[in-house]
Design a protein around this ligand. Structure first.
Ligand code: NDP
Ligand code: 8X3
Length: 257
């Protein structure tokens, strides 16, 4: 098992759900963390807890992954040891709405594509050169079962996650002759703020997503991330699909209500 103590891990979308849970798991392993997201109050609270509880160094970056200039200037501004990013967890992402292509919102489509696809590209483009300079690295993308299958009204979200799947595979080929590993962890239904964001705070709709079965928890996915991250250098988790027990596909969920 690879020892990650003292390695620098950059997590996008570290203020909630899978990103936040992963931050705690990497902290347990003694990694120093760069936590990035837009909500600064949450970044501060989480980073203070991690410093106190685990004695690690934490740098917080207020970052909107949709904005290339923001991403580039924040990465260019990394100093000293923080330039030695060993692991990038490309986790920031979201769904907005559930509507047919005929009825969908152009603004929602742009937000999903700008975050899930372009944001992941912008951060990867900025960080991979640092990994190459450092002669080591691991990019772990959070994809989705919606990157392998589709569902009605999930058109653009599924499209964005199919793009993550394609980009991950291409990136792995491009970096084959380098020390950098590329992985994707592709969850099914995980209970996070994801559905509240998707349904713009309409709690009843969000709750229905997780009703009648036990969904995955953010910690479950963080454990999958840690499994991929701690394999020995000869071992690449290329792709890991993780379901709750009650799920067998994007539309195949047994609910007992
Ligand atoms: P949450 O809503 O709980 O967390 C999403 C995180 O992404 C937040 O920390 C948010 O931070 C961040 N984020 C969103 N937009 C931006 C942005 N423009 N710039 C920077 N950070 C951003 O959802 P999850 O934890 O569930 O989602 C994490 C990933 O997991 C996503 O890529 C999602 O698609 C994927 N996923 C989720 C599944 C689920 O069922 N929950 C299943 C499969 C995949 P802030 O708002 O502070 O910027
Ligand atoms: C999130 C899973 O089924 O809501 O990536 O699209 S789903």
């Amino acid at each position: 098992m690879k020892n990650l103590k003292g390695k620098i891990v950059l997590i996008t979308g570290a203020t909630s759900g899978i990103g936040k849970a992963s931050a705690y798991k990497f902290a347990e392993l003694g990694c120093d963390l760069i936590l990035a997201a837009r909500r600064e109050d949450r970044l501060e609270k989480i980073s203070n807890e991690l410093r106190t509880e685990y004695g690690i160094d934490v740098l917080t970056i207020r970052l909107d992954v949709q904005k290339y200039e923001d991403v580039k200037s924040k990465v260019d501004g990394l100093e000293g040891k923080w330039k030695k990013v060993y692991l990038l967890l490309n986790n920031a992402g979201l769904a907005r709405g559930m509507a047919s292509v005929k009825d969908g919102s152009v603004q929602d489509w742009n937000e999903m594509i700008d975050t899930n696809v372009k944001g992941l590209l912008y951060v990867s483009k900025s960080i991979i050169p640092l990994m190459l300079d450092n002669k080591e690295g691991h990019v772990i993308n959070i994809g989705s079962i919606a990157g392998h299958e589709v569902y009605p009204n999930g058109n653009v979200y599924a499209g964005s996650k199919h793009a993550v799947d394609a980009i991950t595979k291409s990136m792995r080929m491009e970096l084959l002759d380098s020390p950098i590993r590329v992985s994707t962890i592709d969850p099914g239904l995980v209970e996070t703020e994801f559905s509240v964001v998707r349904h713009r705070g309409v709690e009843d709709k969000a709750k229905l997503t997780y009703e009648g079965y036990t969904p995955l928890s953010p910690d479950d996915i963080a454990e999958a991330v840690i499994f991929a991250a701690t394999r020995n250098d000869n071992f690449v988790v290329a792709e890991m699909i993780v379901f709750p027990k009650a799920q067998a596909g994007v539309r195949d969920v047994v609910r007992k209500v």
